[in-house]
Design a protein around this ligand. Structure first.
Ligand code: TMP
Length: 236
């Protein structure tokens, strides 16, 4: 399935139409941004890692009963996906304190929670992706009650599957962000990506950060961290 016109360009990916109006091609870039686009850079090879990693994890999740947008990997950077209308919610699951959680609540990073947490932000760059709860999401008509219930259930399921899987790779899944979309018949599926851009991944023994925090916080070794995760996942 060939890509035709470009429908959309985001910060890390482009989306193209195809001859089949139910399918799109997502094309992963090496561009990296942080702090709502204020910090810009390039992570060489990131597009390949994020594309292939995301596809691998989405296929694993499908097998465990989580519906996703994934159809077929077309190349190192391009993937055929089901066309969705993205639900404008960023769904964040946390297993360990880090990032904005540590900052908001004045705690150190690395506290392991007894139970995972879930939070939503309104996916809106102009507003800076403000945090909201499910009542706010309903008030703003971002999703229905049933959709929010489905999204919560699927997000926790993703956490269970991925936490166990990353453990086998000696990686701690600290937290991550998911996005969901609606197919034309209204079915909710997991969309967007699952990658070191959207997850915090720490080495289980050393707690070394193997994710985009190396870019956000100028820690150096950004490309090597993405390569290390890729190597553990793919054995390459
Ligand atoms: P946070 O601690 O900055 O709120 O981030 C929580 C998780 O969400 C972390 O794994 C990184 C991911 N994330 C994104 O994927 N996109 C974003 O724009 C932000 C702010 C975080």
């Amino acid at each position: 399935m060939e890509k035709t016109v470009q429908l959309y360009e985001g910060k890390a990916k482009k989306v193209f139409a195809t001859a089949d109006e139910t399918l799109c091609v997502v094309s992963y870039k090496d561009d990296a941004t942080a702090f709502n686009g204020l910090k810009k850079g390039t992570i060489v090879g990131k597009g390949v890692v994020n594309n292939r990693m995301s596809n691998m994890l989405m296929q694993l999740l499908e097998k465990q009963g989580v519906p996703t947008h994934f159809v077929k990997e077309l190349s190192d950077r391009d993937t055929l996906v089901k066309k969705v209308a993205i639900v404008p919610l960023e769904v964040i699951i946390r297993n360990v304190s880090a990032g904005s959680f540590a900052k908001h609540y004045g705690v150190e990073e690395g506290i392991v929670f007894d139970e995972p947490t879930i939070e939503f932000s309104y996916k809106n760059d102009e507003l800076g992706d403000p945090l909201l709860n499910s009542y706010h999401a309903l008030a703003l008509k971002l999703a229905t009650k049933e959709e929010i219930e489905t999204i919560k259930r699927l997000a926790f399921k993703v956490n269970e599957v991925l936490t166990e899987y990353f453990k086998t790779l000696k990686i701690r899944l600290v937290d991550f962000k998911l996005e969901f979309g609606r197919l034309s018949d209204g079915t909710i599926v997991l969309a967007d990506e699952i990658s070191p851009d959207t997850c915090r991944l720490w080495d289980i023994e050393t707690n070394e950060k193997l994710d985009k925090d190396r870019f956000r916080r100028d820690l150096g070794g950004v490309e090597d961290a993405y390569k290390e995760v890729f190597k553990r996942l793919m054995g390459e």
